[in-house]
Design a protein around this ligand. Structure first.
Ligand code: GLY
Ligand code: MN
Ligand code: MN
Length: 480
């Protein structure tokens, strides 16, 4: 029998007798994957890999999927591959743990993977290893199957260390896979050259291809259904002592049923919790006199996520103060959306929305200075009421393309195929003495997903209502 030094077994696993080991080693039928199976979207990936190779000619580039992280003892957190790896390979499942895409100096991509354990070679991994055994976590592809699935040349992960024995200039995406970092002799922060690779991978994702836009639309559509589920769940949630959690469960059930899960932790913020920008504790009760801020996205099986926020009156009808705040945020969002077109600055939609917000705050008599003064770059006083930025790129990550250089993103211009959110908000803190008491504790964010088109932008999330009247009608139709 082969050595079994690296089996990931648990302390509560019963010992395996030699008789059982021998019995497990044989009489298994072949179960090949269907020969015509391909990763979804497989035709789109070669151009991405070629684009990356062209940015670093003559260099070896390593893009890891990442490793499992221990939750406790032999239990790991659910695995999701590094988005740059998924973008270049189309591989998204937990069986990608430890795999690495290598782009060779001549531009040829090779996928280094842990192939399916061969039951005939004496390995007990398939039935004893809790981490990688297919009786525990499911089937992996063998080298030939992985090559067919992806169209990539494949190699055994055990051969990866050989790549570090020569003098080929090599960049890795550092900080994703500690095993690879160690092999390459890198700290998790990586070298400056590694940082350029991470930036290039982010910038490769700034413009979505048509297939990615389809995936994002699918995600938005699933998310819209999840929002409907939340409204339908309101009567039960209002009766529960932790109604926010009840609603989180309703959305997350849709996310798991339709896709891989949520694209980020669902924010369910009732009343003043909406003034906490990323409220994910979701442990509050619901008060029918208050608003509910729901910020959520379904991640598709291909790992693209929507990012949508709606702010709803829990009673089904906005009060006049709630409506005033809502209308101001909506006007800001409309002003921001109106700026979106190829050639516009990325910052334009934020500036347009914030101008509307500052003017509204000044009209309410809340600002100690004029709107123009509050908006001045030396001031920014309006931000007391709306601290976060009002949009970002969207894609495989909710905050997509995060390592892109400022000149291509924050200080860059929009191009056809970019997908972004526009999400102004007002967060009127419950203890803010600058505000009239009627406005304190109201938080409103309206967040939509848009794709830049040849002459403007398409609202991808228009299945969900945005105006107060449309929200009230939509809720009335969904509620019993
Ligand atoms: N859901 C996080 C964000 O809107 O950016
Ligand atoms: Mn967002
Ligand atoms: Mn959001």
């Amino acid at each position: 029998m082969a050595d079994q030094p690296q089996l990931n077994t648990g302390s509560h696993d019963l010992p395996v007798t030699p008789a059982l080991e021998a019995f497990m080693a044989g009489q298994w039928a072949a179960t090949p994957l269907p020969a015509d199976r391909r990763v979804p979207g497989h035709d789109w990936f070669p151009a991405r890999r070629a684009g990356l190779a062209a940015a670093f000619p003559g260099e070896r580039l390593l893009v890891p999927a990442g490793q499992l992280k221990v939750r406790s003892n032999d239990c790991d957190y659910r695995f999701r591959p590094y988005s740059g790896y998924a973008h270049l390979t189309g591989l998204t499942g937990e069986e990608q743990v430890g795999h690495v895409l290598v782009v060779e100096p001549d531009g040829e991509p090779v996928l280094y993977l842990r192939p399916r354990s061969d039951r005939a070679d004496g390995s007990a991994e398939f039935y004893r290893d809790r981490r990688y055994g297919e009786f525990w976590v499911g089937r992996r592809a063998d080298l030939a199957e992985a090559a067919r699935l992806t169209g990539l040349r494949t190699a055994h992960l055990d051969d990866l260390p050989k790549l570090f024995t020569g003098s080929v200039p090599t960049r890795i995406v550092a900080g994703v896979d500690p095993v690879l970092d160690a092999l390459a002799g890198r700290a998790a922060s990586g070298s400056a050259a590694d940082g350029q690779l991470a930036s290039a991978l982010s910038e490769l994702r700034l413009i979505k291809d048509a297939w990615e836009v389809e995936q994002l639309q699918l995600s938005v559509d699933h998310t819209a259904r999840g929002f409907e589920d939340v409204v339908r769940a309101l009567p039960a949630a209002l009766r529960h002592h932790r109604g926010e959690r009840w609603l989180e469960g309703a959305f997350n059930a849709r996310a798991r049923a339709e896709g891989n899960g949520t694209g980020y932790d669902t924010i369910v913020a009732s009343g003043a919790h909406a003034c906490v920008l990323h409220w994910i504790r979701n442990d509050g009760p619901l008060d029918p006199s208050e608003l509910l801020l729901l910020d959520a996205g379904v991640e598709t099986d291909t790992l693209y996520t929507a990012d949508i926020t709606r702010t709803l009156p829990l009673s089904g009808t906005f009060t006049s103060a709630q409506r005033d705040v809502y209308e101001l945020v909506l006007a800001a969002q409309n002003a921001g959306i109106a700026t979106l077109r190829p050639g516009a600055s990325f910052r334009d939609f934020h500036r347009a929305g914030m101008r509307v917000i500052a003017e509204g705050l000044a009209d309410w008599g809340v600002l100690p200075v004029s709107a123009a003064e509050a908006l001045h770059e030396d001031s920014g006083l309006y931000r007391r009421y709306t601290l976060c930025s009002s949009g970002h790129m969207l894609g495989l990550d909710v905050h997509d393309c995060a390592k892109a250089r400022a000149e291509t993103y924050l200080d860059g211009v929009l191009e056809e195929g970019m997908v972004l959110t526009v999400e102004p908000g007002l967060y009127l803190q419950p203890d803010d003495l600058t505000l009239p008491p009627a406005l304190r504790g109201i938080g409103v964010r309206i967040e939509d997903d848009l794709v830049i088109t040849a002459d403007g932008a398409r609202l991808m999330s228009d299945a969900l209502p945005r105006t107060p009247d449309a929200i009230e009608s939509w809720m009335a139709a969904l509620l019993p």
